[in-house]
Design a protein around this ligand. Sequence first.
Ligand SMILES: Cc1cc2nc3c(=O)[nH]c(=O)nc-3n(C[C@H](O)[C@H](O)[C@H](O)COP(=O)(O)OP(=O)(O)OC[C@H]3O[C@@H](n4cnc5c(N)ncnc54)[C@H](O)[C@@H]3O)c2cc1C
Length: 408
Amino acid sequence: MSRILVIGGGAAGLLAAGTAAGRGHEVLLAERNDRPARKVMITGKGRCNLTNDVSDVKEFISNVPVNGRFLYSSVSSFGPPDIMRLMERCGVPLKVERGGRVFPQSDKAVDIVDALVRFDRTAGVRFFKGRAVGFECSDGKITQTVFEDGAKIAADAFILAVGGKSYPLTGSSGDGYPLAASLGHHIIEPRPALVPFVLDGSDFLGMQGLSLKNIAIHIKDTSGKTVYSDFGEMLFTHFGVSGPVILSASVALNDIGKRKYYLAVDLKPALSEEKLDARLVREFDANPAKTLSTVMSALLPRSMIPVVLRRAGVSGTEKCAETSRLLRSSLVRTMKSLDFTVTGTRDFNEAIITSGGVDVRQIDPKTMQSKLCDNLYFAGEIIDVAAYTGGFNLQIAFSTGFAAGNCV
Ligand SMILES: Cc1cc2nc3c(=O)[nH]c(=O)nc-3n(C[C@H](O)[C@H](O)[C@H](O)COP(=O)(O)OP(=O)(O)OC[C@H]3O[C@@H](n4cnc5c(N)ncnc54)[C@H](O)[C@@H]3O)c2cc1C
């Protein structure tokens, strides 16, 4: 039996601690907050989308655009069916919603947190409050963890599961990066991910609050090459754009904010330019005496009409009967590609996850053991992996937490 110190009582730390204790180790869990898993409490808008009921590991990994392959082994060993079984065994019935998203039947994230804490306590994990600030080492191994209040805790092995930097008020404020770097680990620069975009200009301001369904987005680099496309929902805000397709794009493009990108919104993805033109002709023919801006309300949300007309070089006061073919084609082009310049993303306070972190090349993907320090293991968001929404990020915390707790 060894003495294990788990640092960080979030999703990954709780799973790692209970797993290690269940194997007979003496496990201590240090959490800087009074209560563990504050972030898990606010996941899924307080409902906790804890995993995704994907059909296999390959499908899981296709939802992890940053270093997905690193997770192959850990998700194979402890994947969605395993956390679902564990939760049901801990007395939390689950349900599967649209897109395979798994939630507790109660719709209460606190039920998941309580179950994880119960899992730990039943296995004999001892919790204490403390913020880890440093390590003491000897012969390339950690001997003790140093805490903010000066306390030092010795152990045979250490699991660092302090999360990333997003939503820092929950306790995950990036402490893990200097801790890992102090032992020689390379840290891929952390950046906000699953985060809204900030746009240049002011056109979006008149559309704030407008939510668009069934649109397509294409993100282009400065050479005009499309680097990302998606279909779904988005929303205009007071700073730019948000919503599912935007959040996903923020994970896939890892140099956003450093490089300039252009966002092109296709407002009518189901119609080719020709079909959209034919639709306009029908609309204009049926309403010859009406103005363009009046008739466009059959095709576009009201707050968007002035923007589209201006971009198309149209005043809107023209009568439908008077619209030229040239003018129509300008309207069609604008509706098929409403363009904006992306200047960056919102910050860590609004980012659902952190991309970047401990370089996966320095971690054994089967065990989560550091390749630089024998008795150090990593788990959860501190590692440089990042996934789309849908329960994948919590599952990554559980899978890597299990691997660390099972191999320590
Ligand atoms: C608003 C929001 C909603 C989300 N919704 C979902 C969702 O529905 N589904 C999903 O899959 N993912 C969701 N996520 C992402 C998910 O919450 C994280 O990916 C996951 O919590 C990461 O787990 P973790 O254990 O690595 O880190 P965390 O859960 O962040 O836990 C880290 C813990 O370490 C503690 N800690 C930090 N520094 C120290 C230190 N120096 N010493 C001791 N303790 C320390 C922290 O206080 C914290 O308790 C959401 C995130 C946010 C912000």
